[in-house]
Design a protein around this ligand. Structure first.
Ligand code: URP
Ligand code: ZN
Ligand code: ZN
Length: 439
């Protein structure tokens, strides 16, 4: 592996941009400083006018996710290539065993699938039932498999969801052994009641998807998750927060000192619920859970990022093709839930966050990388420091693009950000010191 010198970049070190060089040796950041000497065998890249930031960490992706409509459209190979193109160098996906299957066996299987990834992949592990083995399997994952986070679903009770009693049991074990519970917060009972009624009344189009999952569905679940985590003395990470009411509960818990972290996603910051009010082929790509919300929710989410109530931006990357989405053409409950965004996360955040003065560059780096590394315990990632993995993005803040399914690298014919203009894109991305892209 050749040594690489990144020359004259504006490097994001200790929360500020410093104009200097960065030397990569053996996949690690060897050194930063002025005029670092190298011999003629090193490769030198001129980074003049470019910013060098830590590689992005997307804490929430579903690659090759099985669903009744088939697998999500990106597998580990295509999804990781798209991620890298967009400046993301680490992904956190999920291990979701089938009920009756051992958690550890499911983890091993998922790790095999992820060997096709071009970037680092870690996992949240989901207990989908409580059996006589669950406690020991969780402890084994923490102590022997390097797993820190356990994802629990309040929604999807018929397949992967846990009831409150079992959530509490999971939280107690995870908390006691130094892990963190990540939670999909939606009250399943309300959703199912609404869906059954809508379909019985022939209200079958995508616009009934958000109506079946109003803000209260998320807010009540978040309130409950916080209560359970407090009782169990377990740190809590709430995934894909979408409502201002949920933020109120999170902020209240944080202000009391409870370890509660929150993630949101670009779709909840940028897209409006009126997008469901279109013909099926246009609306179906926005069928995601939780659904898109209103302007007041988006404004509250941006403010919560700026205020530090939200720590991370993930994508919940889970794309399905138009053909797959059409499985629900006569019944919105059969539309596979999910959309892609792993490739667009960094540039959307930069364009609509940093360049529109909603967040600082420091916050951009924190929420796209540093905080994820801290919360999930990736000691070698998330910051530009000597000895850390050389996961780096050489960011061109002038470069522009118009997002489109025709040109993106995600393996899907749909893109929920179709037509969005972005400014700020990676010019080169390094994963563990290897140069992966040149756009
Ligand atoms: O619509 C979504 N988010 N699909 C992926 C699974 C989940 O709920 O996170
Ligand atoms: Zn979810
Ligand atoms: Zn998800």
């Amino acid at each position: 592996m050749k040594n690489i010198l990144l020359k004259n970049g504006q490097i994001y070190i200790n929360d500020q941009l410093v104009e200097c060089d960065l030397l990569i040796v053996g996949g690690k950041i060897e050194k930063t400083g002025m005029n670092i000497p190298v011999d003629e065998t090193a490769k030198t890249i001129d980074c003049n006018g470019l910013q060098i930031i830590p590689g992005g960490i997307d804490p929430h992706v579903h690659l090759h996710l099985p669903s009744p409509a088939g697998f999500s459209a990106d597998d580990f190979e295509s999804g990781s290539k798209a991620a890298i193109t967009g400046g993301t160098t680490s992904l956190i996906d999920f291990v979701t065993p089938k009920r009756g299957q051992s958690i550890v066996e499911a983890l091993q299987h998922r790790r095999k699938e992820a060997t096709h990834s071009f970037c680092d992949v870690k996992f949240h592990v989901s207990p989908v039932e409580w059996t006589k083995n669950t406690e020991q399997e969780i402890i084994h994952c923490i102590q022997n498999e390097g797993i820190k986070s356990f994802k629990v679903y309040m929604a999807y009770q018929s397949t992967v969801g846990l009831n409150d009693k079992d959530i509490l049991k999971v939280m107690k074990v995870v908390g006691k052994h130094g892990g963190i519970v990540a939670m999909h917060c939606e009250i399943d009972e309300i959703i199912e009641k609404n869906r059954t009624k809508f379909i019985a009344d022939w209200n079958t189009t995508p616009k009934y998807h958000p109506l079946s999952r109003p803000n209260k569905v998320e807010a009540d679940a978040v309130e409950k998750a916080i209560e359970l985590a407090d009782k169990a003395e377990c740190p809590l990470y709430i995934v894909h927060v979408s409502t201002h009411e949920a933020l109120d509960h999170i902020q209240k818990a944080q202000s009391k000192g409870q370890p509660v972290y929150a993630e949101t996603c670009p779709q909840y910051l940028l897209l409006d619920e009126n997008l469901y009010d279109q013909a099926f082929d246009k609306a179906c790509k926005f069928v995601i859970s939780p659904p898109l919300r209103k302007k007041e929710d988006r404004e509250a989410l941006w403010q919560a990022i700026a205020d530090g109530v939200i720590q991370t931006i993930g994508t919940d990357h889970c794309p399905f093709t138009l053909e797959q989405k059409r499985k629900g053409i006569n019944d919105f409950t059969k539309i596979p839930n999910g959309a892609g965004g792993v490739e667009q996360r960094m540039s959307l955040l930069y364009s609509y966050g940093v360049l529109q003065n909603r967040i600082s560059l420091q916050k951009f780096v924190e929420v796209t990388s540093t905080n994820q590394a801290k919360i999930f315990g990736f000691k070698n990632k998330g910051e530009i420091k000597e000895g850390r993995d050389a996961d780096l993005v050489i960011w061109d803040s002038d470069s522009k693009n118009i997002i489109s399914a025709e040109t993106h690298h995600q393996n899907c014919d749909l893109n929920i950000y179709e037509g969005f203009k972005v400014q700020g894109l990676p010019k080169y991305t390094f994963v563990n010191g290897t140069q992966m892209t040149r756009i």
